[in-house]
Structures are given as C-alpha cells and as structure tokens.
Design a protein around this ligand. Structure first.
Ligand code: AMP
Ligand code: GLY
Length: 418
C-alpha cells in the first residue's frame, strides 16, 4: 500500500521513516529538503488540497496521515475521505478537541475527566472584574490555536494583565474577538499519552514526556518542544490503570454518546500531581512533536496495520503494538534566536559523518547547492535508543556534537527526570 504523510517537520519524517522500515512506499508532502534527501518523495510543490487529492490518486496512494493541526482545522480529513482515501486524522468537528480550548474543557466536564477548574473571559472588562478567582500562579490560555504561544503561567497580577493586554489591547493574536480561559495551576510532572483512536477504541502509543521550555532545567519560554523521552519516566502500571479508568474510558463513552466522529491520534496531555493523580491539561488531535520521534524509534511493530484499522474504525480488532524495551531519547537542535526570532540561512555541517547508532529527523532545513542550510526554528533532531536513559543520552549527544551551524543550540538535559 502506498502512503502519504502530510506535513513539513521532523514528526512527519519519523512517521515516514518508521513506515519505510517495513518496506511501505511513503510520500511526504511538502516535507523538506532533508526528507527529500532521506528518500521520501513529495508531490509537486505548493499545491492545493484539491491537487493533493488528484496527485495522490495518480500515484495510487490509499492512506493519508495528516501531521499538523492547521490542516485538521481546515478539514483536510473530511475532504480527503470524500475523495475516497483512508485518512488518519479527525475531521474539523473532532479536531475541535484541539483547536478550541473551550470546546475541549467543556467536553472534559461532560466526560467527567479530572481537569483543572476554569473560567472564561470574553473581554478585558470581564477579565479585570473576575481577576481574583484563582490564586497565583494561574494559567491563562488563549481559546484558539496559537502555535504554542497561547499559554502563559502568570506568577502575579502584572504578568496576567500583560497577557490580557497583549490579547485585547495590542491585538498580538489578531483583531478578531478573542476568548481567554483562566485555569487553576496544578503542580506536578507531565506525561504525553498518545493513542490511536477510532472513537470506540483507544490503543496507547506507549508513553512519552516532552521538554517544552527552551533552556535546561525548564527555563526560558515555551517552545514547540526541545526533546522527548519514551517511555515516560513518570508512568507506572498503577497510574496507567487510573488513566484508563478515569480518563480514556470516559472519553470514549462521551465520543460515542455525542456521536463525535474521531479517526486519528488522540494526544492526552496529562499532569500527574504529588498524590499520583492524573489531570488532563489538553487534547491534541494529532501526533505530538517531538514525542512522536521518540515513539517511532521505540516502536517494534509495523505501524501500517494500526493506521489502517484507525482509518477504517476497526481498531478493536487490531493487533497490539509492540515496543522495544529500551529507552528512546530525542533531542531537538534549534537555530539562533529560537523561539522568539529564529535566524535562518546558516550552513549545517557534520551531517555526512557516521551515525549508525542514532537517527536524524529533519524539520527547518532547505537545500543550497548540495548542502543543507537552516530554514526554521527547530532545525533537526537526533534520536537514540539505549538500555536506559543515560545510555540513550550518551549516544544522542555524541552525535549532536558532530553537527554544527552558527548559533545552534539544544538542551543538554533531555531525558533527565525531575
Ligand atoms: P497546554 O497547551 O494546555 O498543554 O499548555 C501548555 C503547557 O502549560 C502545558 O504543557 C503545561 O506545562 C502548562 N499548563 C497548562 N495548563 C496547566 C495547569 N492547569 N497547571 C499547570 N500547568 C499547566
Ligand atoms: N509536544 C507538544 C505538541 O505536540 O503539541
């Protein structure tokens, strides 16, 4: 079966790499110059959804995996299903679990899954009038998609007001009406619990934890993710049973009761508090980035049968996925100035060196003559497997030291537990 993975980044590279290991023919569109060099053809560049469908049919592609949330928000999944493809990714309705924080919080309430208490503000006046509902620190979340920039943990009133002013006075997130969700802060450790989900069945994709802040020891601004470890050091059998019972079960019941069609990846972002109780922070309706890179490195089974079963709503009869016993680490290397103001156009050196013990996945790169140069904030990442996290870390960081460009930076503590 021929497949198409839609997206530009390292997440899509990792999914395509995993599928290719089992000899499946994979297109990656639009991909990037690194994924092209790695042997994943794209379609003709800069094409519309309609053209994607035409070209995919010409190439006899049967199954399409949608990577980024922006495409899900544009309802690519429904359109491509209507064109007759098997699609992994929810339609616009199901994607609201990610694209609207309010929709997802209200869904969580109806499903009765544990989550932080919240209130909604519609404008600056409401915000000022209700400012003292929760103690500091508290969490402020812009209602819609904001590419990782829509969440602030306000330590005091000044920081809370600053964020509100950026929304409603300086219109940093656009001029349209904006809603803000204010949440109680839950202290703890984070777990990314991803699973293939067809609305009736959820098959966990092992577990992982990502490292969101730009600098070591969780300092600096939030990013799209600076690295990940799988399995998550914070998950154990007891906790997983609790998650299945109090979170996954109720979600599936609610999806069915409300007839919300969902065929894709459900990413449940979980905070585990000091009493080992899980709280849902957010849903994403796609593979996480960079969690997926660490998961694909650890996955032993062929991913394709599970993807087909998801797209056909037949997950209940799919075989269980097998995972390597080792630990996988994935470290992102970013360009100078990331996340605020990434510098691009720098020559990447050291890619040709031997790397049999690691995998490289490309994101923000493009070709210049026969070289690759940086073209985005998160440039590439290195993944490695080891008997434990320190062995995996040794390998990944050994490889990273061979690669360079001016201003390249990465966290040195990926995989170290809190
Ligand atoms: P979200 O986009 O909702 O996952 O939020 C981004 C990040 O903000 C999460 O990964 C957490 O690190 C943090 N966060 C979100 N909600 C809360 C909360 N209620 N309590 C503590 N931290 C949170
Ligand atoms: N790693 C967080 C995300 O994919 O949204």
């Amino acid at each position: 079966m021929k497949l198409l993975v839609l997206g530009t980044g390292a997440r899509e590279h990792a999914i395509a790499w995993k599928l290719k290991q089992f000899s499946h023919e994979v297109y990656l569109h639009p991909g990037n110059s690194g994924t092209l060099k790695a042997g994943f053809p794209n379609l003709t560049p800069a094409i519309s959804l309609k053209e994607i469908a035409i070209q995919a049919k010409e190439k006899n592609i049967s199954l399409i995996v949608i990577g980024p949330e922006t495409l899900l928000a544009e309802d690519y999944a429904t359109h491509l299903r209507h064109e007759g493809f098997l699609v992994v990714g929810p339609g616009k309705e199901g994607a609201q679990l990610e694209t609207s924080k309010l929709f997802s919080k209200e869904f969580m309430l109806r499903a009765n899954v544990p989550t932080a208490k919240f209130i909604v503000h519609n404008d600056m006046n409401e915000f000022k009038n209700q400012l003292n509902q929760f103690p500091y620190p508290k969490v402020l979340k812009l209602e819609g998609l904001a590419a990782g920039k829509g969440v602030v943990i306000a330590k005091n009133e000044k920081q809370a007001m600053e964020f509100a002013e950026n929304i409603w006075i300086h219109h940093l997130f656009g001029a349209l009406p904006q809603r803000l969700i204010e949440e109680e802060f839950i202290a703890g450790v984070e777990l990314s619990y991803l699973g293939l989900c067809d609305g009736k069945t959820f098959i966990a994709l092992s577990s992982s934890t990502d490292f969101k802040r730009v600098f070591d020891h969780d300092e600096g601004p939030n990013t799209g993710g600076m690295g990940a470890i799988s399995p998550s050091p914070y998950l154990n059998v007891e906790l997983e049973a609790k998650i299945d019972q109090t979170i996954v079960g109720p979600i599936l019941e609610t999806l069915q009761r409300e007839k919300l069609d969902f065929k894709g990846v459900l990413y449940i972002g979980i905070m585990i508090d000091k009493n080992q109780n899980p709280f849902v922070l957010e849903f994403n309706t796609r593979f996480g980035d960079p969690e997926t890179q660490s998961l694909m490195i650890r996955m032993e089974s062929d991913l394709l049968p599970a993807l087909i079963a998801t797209a056909k709503k037949e997950l209940s009869s799919a075989l269980p996925l097998k995972w390597k016993k080792e630990t996988a680490i994935y470290v992102v290397a970013a360009s100078k100035g990331y996340p605020e103001n990434p510098k691009t156009g720098d020559l990447i050196q050291g890619l040709e060196l031997n790397c049999s013990e690691t995998e490289i996945f490309f994101a923000g790169v493009r070709s210049q003559n026969s070289d690759l140069i940086t073209s985005g904030g998160r440039v590439l990442g290195i993944g490695a497997l080891g008997a434990d996290s320190s062995k995996a870390r040794e390998k990944a960081y050994r490889r990273l030291k061979q690669i360079s460009w001016p201003g390249m930076h990465y966290r040195t503590d990926i995989g170290i537990s809190k």
